[in-house]
Design a protein around this ligand. Sequence first.
Ligand code: PRP
Ligand code: MN
Ligand code: MG
Length: 186
Amino acid sequence: GDNINDIIDHKLFTEEDIHNMCVRLGKELTKDYACKKPIVVGALKGAVYFLTDLTRQMDVAHQLDFIDVSSYGDGFESSGKIKVITDLSADVKDRDVLIVEDIVDTGLTMKYMKDMIHERGANSVKCCALLNKEARRSKDVTVDYYGSKVGDEFVVGYGLDFLNMYRNLQYIGVLKSEVIQKYVNK
Ligand code: PRP
Ligand code: MN
Ligand code: MG
């Protein structure tokens, strides 16, 4: 139906779960990035919800930037190719860069971003993802900080989309299989 909650099978992480992950990660990052004045890079579009909550838990002077590299060609499954849609505005040379993501899935997107920022001469490049879906990893990439591991389920909400929708759910839920089936059978 039109109700956003009708497409969810069950909640995986509540608002409180997510808040607790942000607090814990914020503390770790506060410690690790003290005095480094990092550039915190949000990966559009999925990371924006997590980015705003995470950085407000970081008691660290930092600069904010964005990058948009999309791999999910049709908004559903990874196309296997990376497209830079919007590049960083900051010069990352000699800087400490922290990339923030909603999820690392195959690792293709994160590996591409980390390699690119390394090549531009950053002093360090690390990443923080809310979710780490190791089951689908095909690229060897280190997820330096993450909120939680997730299994191979289609998750939506809190930035994570299905067909570029449902990002604004306050919690993270598992999409009903019939919703996916309807799309696959089209
Ligand atoms: C999703 C997600 C990650 C990436 C993870 O982004 O937000 O950025 O895919 O997948 P991977 O590890 O297999 O590369 P997407 O490309 O769908 O763009 P979006 O953030 O705008 O939804
Ligand atoms: Mn993304
Ligand atoms: Mg997406």
